[in-house]
Design a protein. Sequence first.
Length: 226
Amino acid sequence: MTLSLRRLATGLMVCPLGSLSADADGGRTSIIPAVGSYEIREYDQGWPGAFRDAASLLRMTLGESVDRIDHIGSTSVPGLASKDVIDIQVSVQRDNDLDSVARTLEEAGWARYSVSSDHVVPGLPPSELARRKGFLREPPGYRRVNVHVRLVGQPNQRYPLLFRDYLRAHPHNAQAYATIKKDLALILPDDLDRYTDVKDAACDLIYFAAEAWAQSTGWSAGTSDG
């Protein structure tokens, strides 16, 4: 859903088509789709716990200076195949907090990158403020985590929370999305930019359906995950 993977693509090891995995009976093998150096794997029951651990680390560093810490992305949807990367959204109240929170995390060992905005979603405000964000990755030696710092109330802060909750409530849609990701990884294993562009468009289609669902159900983001 974001430009973060595209900006980090340089230097990633390319894995042609994916890797082989034995079936449970030890016989046949199947291809695990991969894009760049990341395999698309089936849902891992350990992902919620991995989020809680990372969220606790973030909360210890940031305290109550941030409004929300939420598990977002594919690893936040039970049953959804994903790369083994935990995506976390840190929501802040003021525009200048985007930079101050990113600096605080950087000083605590998180790796800060120059990603400054999300992709343009058709029909949403194209302004820089509506898409602005900070982006960081895990400290050295920690499991793979992406941290997206966004401003409360902006469309790009609402998008991943609604997207997540819609897929949680519609498992068949989540399965269809997983198929798209796996097939894209097989077709575009060495073109991370193109993979991201096509996946962004697929996510937008899901998001448009999610907005209609939100209107009909009175959806709200609820309480913070962390």
